[in-house]
Design a protein around this ligand. Structure first.
Ligand SMILES: Cc1ncc(COP(=O)(O)O)c(C=O)c1O
Length: 386
């Protein structure tokens, strides 16, 4: 029987390949983006309390009201924006799902969506599954900033949406306020939607602020803003995220959501809602900045090149031009097999597999994990395999 090809991505993703390879070779896994340290014990206790306390049945379709209200309060406190918890917030099983649902709410066959690459790998399959086409705009090297003239050239009368991501996976680049203004200039007077993937909003370093699309009154009116608790509370396996969007967009989003999964894990929502309502929360950005600094310091004793320290997210891009001229995927596999450290080749984030000889490390790891990994990497001398 013939099965339809809903999107162009085929085979297993590099994330699965690298994690499997890491396991096979007993390598330290700095590839996939997840922490290897414990969550805040309080959050775990709250999950247990939820299960013991009877929070075990379906929650309302948009999400538990107490969690949506806690999110609205949190955004008011941190960003000074006012959000209607009933009409603008929907809880989802993670941000990947929220991105898919937002696309499905707006896309029709023949539409175009502008994607800035390198990019998180779910965007293009999501667009194509909805019968639309991704129009790729490369970010500029070496800083991975947006070339706004290229974005302008990519806009056509078929452009339905632009998806953006800051702080950025895989590069750790962060948008400045001016980037939002440039985007607003480009879409003013059009019907282009914005999907703003802000899953790393709190993982931002060196005193830099995160500007959310919700603070940009003009852009907010045309945007779905997408978030993941997994990334800020270090519990990626809980898969709880949310979408904040204007009431009419939220209605459209919920029309899809109610028939895709209807409602999201109730005890986890209760635990996160209660945790988020505490007067003081741990500074997750400071914790991750400490890890970035520790990792960068260790990397100084290796032959890897750091063109730019990550400004946000929990990823660091590194060049290996002093070590090898292998293509990046081969290099990453070789590094896992021979040196016991798994990473992700950056070409995996380009639809045309552009190879700039860069790899991505995830530094959301215990210090001992980072130290053990770099101890292995130190053995790589310049021109080891040239
Ligand atoms: C840019 C970006 N968006 C979305 C996600 C997915 O978040 P979630 O685990 O909540 O689906 C990730 C996870 O790696 C990501 O890097």
């Amino acid at each position: 029987m013939q099965l339809p090809q809903k999107h162009s991505a085929t085979g297993t993703t590099i994330f699965t390949v690298m994690s499997a390879l890491a396991q096979q070779h007993n390598a330290i896994n700095l590839s996939q983006g997840f922490p290897d340290f414990a969550i805040d014990a309080k959050l775990g206790q709250l999950l247990e309390e939820a299960a013991q306390g009877g929070w075990n049945q379906y929650s309302p379709m948009p999400g538990l009201p107490m969690l949506r209200q806690a999110i609205a309060k949190d955004f008011e406190r941190r960003y000074g924006v006012s959000i209607d918890a009933d009409k603008e917030v929907t809880i989802t099983p993670g941000a990947t799902y929220a991105i898919y649902t937002a696309f499905t709410s707006i896309l029709e066959p023949g539409d175009e969506v502008i994607v800035l690459e390198p990019a998180y790998d779910s965007y293009i399959p999501n667009i194509e599954t909805n019968g639309a086409r991704a129009i790729i705009v490369p970010l500029s090297s070496p800083g991975f900033s947006v070339d706004w003239n290229l974005v302008k050239d990519a806009i056509s009368d078929k452009t339905k949406a632009i998806i953006i991501n800051t702080p950025h996976n895989p590069t750790g680049a962060v948008w400045a306020k001016e980037d939002w203004d440039q985007l607003a200039d480009l879409v003013r007077g059009t019907d282009i939607f914005i999907l703003s993937d802000e899953v790393y909003e709190q993982l931002i370093f060196d005193g830099m602020p995160h500007y959310t699309v919700l603070q940009h009154e003009e852009l907010r009116q045309r945007s779905f803003a997408l978030y993941s608790f997994g990334k800020v509370f270090n519990n990626t396996g809980w898969k709880i995220g949310y979408c904040i969007a204007p009431p009419a967009f939220t209605d459209a989003f919920r029309r899809i959501h109610q028939f895709l999964c209807f409602s999201v894990n109730t005890p986890a929502q209760y635990a996160i809602g209660t945790y988020l309502s505490q007067p003081v929360l741990p500074d997750v950005g400071a914790l991750m900045q400490q890890k970035r600094n520790y990792f960068l310091d260790l990397l100084k004793d290796t032959a890897f090149t750091i063109h730019q320290p990550a400004a946000g997210s929990y990823f660091q891009i590194a060049g290996y031009e002093q070590i090898s001229d292998l293509p990046d995927t081969d290099f990453a596999k070789w590094l896992t097999q021979e040196y016991g450290v798994a990473t992700i080749p950056v070409s995996a984030f380009y639809s045309n597999k552009k190879d700039d000889k860069l790899i991505r490390f995830c530094f959301a790891k215990k210090e001992e994990t980072l130290k053990a990994a770099v101890d292995k990497l130190k053995a790589l001398k310049p021109a080891t395999v040239l």
